[in-house]
Design a protein around this ligand. Structure first.
Ligand code: NAP
Length: 314
């Protein structure tokens, strides 16, 4: 083993201290220090950094850096500020996060399938009106992104009896899931889905993916769940579609600007459910175990864990 592991974050003191304690607990034989506490000698010798929203300028003080472990699963912000010859970025792939996200997808799919927003609104008006029950087997959930999170969410939905389709960049075969890929595939999937769930990473290709043209191809009255990143959906086009009933309801956990500004029309929109980026938070302890396993593998073999493909953007 060699070299201090640098922790570089722009988190508030308390969450940073929690991550530090969990990481030290998971790797008792390693020395892990916030960058600001590292000596010059420790910086010159360090080969691994663990980061959350780091200031890229800080990374320049670690000349031997071989790879960087992100505390987040989504790394678009990191990629955007990464030097062209920067070290590989390993994103967080944590089974506990996949489980939590699959649970969130199922929970909010049920919320829409059981018409909860409609009944809540009726209650506000003391209105007694029974809507026709829709079975899961009559509802098609289309998942944008069949990666780590999308694949597990699909399985959870299938187990609950929903019809599931999924869209990815490369062709995929998943038991029980109708799969699509590429631009034409996307149009076909959108046309068939009753609920569209966005779980694709934000990349140059997926930015503004769900815009007015794509929304026009969706089934009239379908619902949208965005658990990926705000800019994948064009907010103004979504608002317009909600106003016309083309989209009946949107459950949004992610936004162009977070926290969602108080003046945003999304807050009080009757057909929008606003969540404060909570669909699958990083679990400090399981994340620390996953990261410890990555670092142990690197120490033992010299092999950097699977890293982000900069050209692809995820
Ligand atoms: P992942 O394993 O990298 O999977 C990404 C999936 O999206 C893959 O199936 C990929 O296709 C597909 N994809 C990417 N670009 C595409 C394109 N241009 N066209 C079609 N499909 C495309 O990522 P993940 O771990 O599932 O995470 C997905 C995203 O969830 C993260 O990037 C993050 O933004 C978000 N997230 C949100 C929260 C939250 O709390 N709201 C928590 C965690 C993560 P291929 O399979 O062909 O490569």
């Amino acid at each position: 083993m060699s070299g201090t592991i640098a922790l570089i974050t722009r988190l508030a003191d308390e969450p940073e201290a929690q991550y530090l304690a969990a990481l030290r607990g998971a790797m008792p034989d390693e020395t892990i220090l916030p960058l600001r506490e590292m000596s010059i000698a420790q910086r010159l010798d360090s080969t691994i950094a663990i980061v959350a929203n780091p200031d890229p300028a800080n990374l320049a003080s670690l000349p031997r850096l071989t790879w960087v472990q992100s505390l987040w699963a989504g790394v678009e912000q990191l990629i955007a500020c990464w030097p062209q010859d920067g070290p590989p970025i390993v994103r967080l792939v944590d089974p506990e996060m996949s489980r939590t996200m699959a649970e969130a997808v199922l929970a909010w799919t049920y919320y829409l399938q059981r018409d909860m927003p409609v009944y809540r609104a009726q209650q506000n008006n003391r209105e007694w009106h029974q809507h026709t029950y829709r079975k899961p087997s009559n509802i098609e959930v289309g998942i944008l992104g069949l990666g780590t999170l999308g694949a597990q969410a699909s399985q959870r939905l299938l187990d609950a009896g929903f019809r599931v389709s999924g869209w990815s960049r490369t062709p995929k075969q998943v038991d029980g899931v109708t799969t699509y890929h590429g631009h034409e595939g996307l149009d076909d999937m959108l046309a068939a889905a009753d609920i569209v769930v966005c779980l694709a990473p934000l990349t140059p290709e997926t930015r503004a993916l769900i815009d007015k043209t794509r929304i026009a191809r969706m089934k009239a009255g379908c619902a949208l769940i965005n658990f990926a990143r705000g800019p994948v959906v064009v907010e103004a086009d979504l608002l317009d579609a909600l106003g016309r009933g083309q989209i009946s309801h949107a459950v949004l956990d992610v936004f162009d600007v977070e926290p969602l500004p108080t003046h945003s029309p999304l807050w009080l929109h009757p057909n929008v459910t606003v969540l404060p980026h909570i669909s699958a938070p990083t679990d400090v302890h399981t994340a620390a175990s996953v990261i410890a396993a990555n670092i142990t593998q690197f120490r033992n073999t010299g092999q950097v864990p699977e890293s982000v493909n900069f050209a692809r953007g995820y």
